[in-house]
Design a protein around this ligand. Structure first.
Ligand SMILES: C[S@@+](CC[C@H](N)C(=O)[O-])C[C@H]1O[C@@H](n2cnc3c(N)ncnc32)[C@H](O)[C@@H]1O
Length: 191
């Protein structure tokens, strides 16, 4: 078990669309209500979600930003984005856009977003520091970043490792919600 966990950690890769049942299960500890509390989204804001998967957080998050705000989805896998957008259309949600790409190098201009979040995603990215630097670049000067992690995920990132990477990327730690089983950590853009 321990060897398998170590292997997964050392060989990060995106959760395939064919295994999406994992991300459709309830997310204990890193609930939608907790994400809302720590992210503090406001109507009218433009927020970036990296790695939405099948949209566990995306649909409620887009509603938190309505009527004038937008949620930008960004994922490596077009099938994940199509799936989430189809769910949004069915629910009558229109303030969601999507872009396919790799979080290690994003196509967005500097200082585009009020906030960004990613849950159970960072550990799947081979160069986490590069992704965090990109996130800092696309956030506005007073922007905020929320990272969610759940213990048991083979690509789990510990709070300590996350804080160290975030600091190197020019982000400062603000607060943590949750404990060792599952947590959200919030960071601000350092000047
Ligand atoms: C385990 S799923 C998590 C889905 C969702 N955040 C949730 O909590 O239910 C990870 C998602 O991150 C995406 N992903 C992984 N590596 C990525 C990268 N380098 N850039 C963008 N998206 C990535 C995957 O395609 C997948 O949709």
């Amino acid at each position: 078990m321990a060897a398998a966990a170590l292997w997964w950690r050392k060989n990060p890769s995106a959760c395939p669309y064919g295994q999406r049942f994992w991300v459709q299960a309830p997310h204990p500890f890193i609930t939608r209500a907790r994400l809302r509390r720590v992210l503090a989204p406001a109507p009218g804001e433009r927020i970036l979600e990296i790695g939405p998967g099948t949209g566990y957080y995306s649909l409620p998050a887009a509603q938190w930003l309505a009527p004038n705000g937008t949620l930008e989805l960004f994922d490596l896998q077009p099938k994940m984005l199509d799936h989430t957008l189809a769910r949004a259309r069915q629910a009558g949600i229109e303030n969601m856009h999507s872009t396919v790409g790799d979080a290690q190098q994003m196509p967005f201009a500097d200082e585009t977003f009020d906030a960004a979040y990613l849950t159970v995603v960072l550990g799947e990215i081979p160069d986490q520091l590069a992704a965090l630097r990109e996130l800092r670049r696309v956030l506005k000067p007073h922007g905020r970043l929320v990272v969610g992690e759940l213990l048991g995920d083979p690509h789990w990132v510990s709070p300590k490792a996350l804080r160290a990477h975030a600091q190197s990327a020019g982000l400062h730690f603000e607060r943590q919600l949750g404990g060792p089983l599952g947590y959200f950590a919030r960071f601000g853009v350092s000047s």
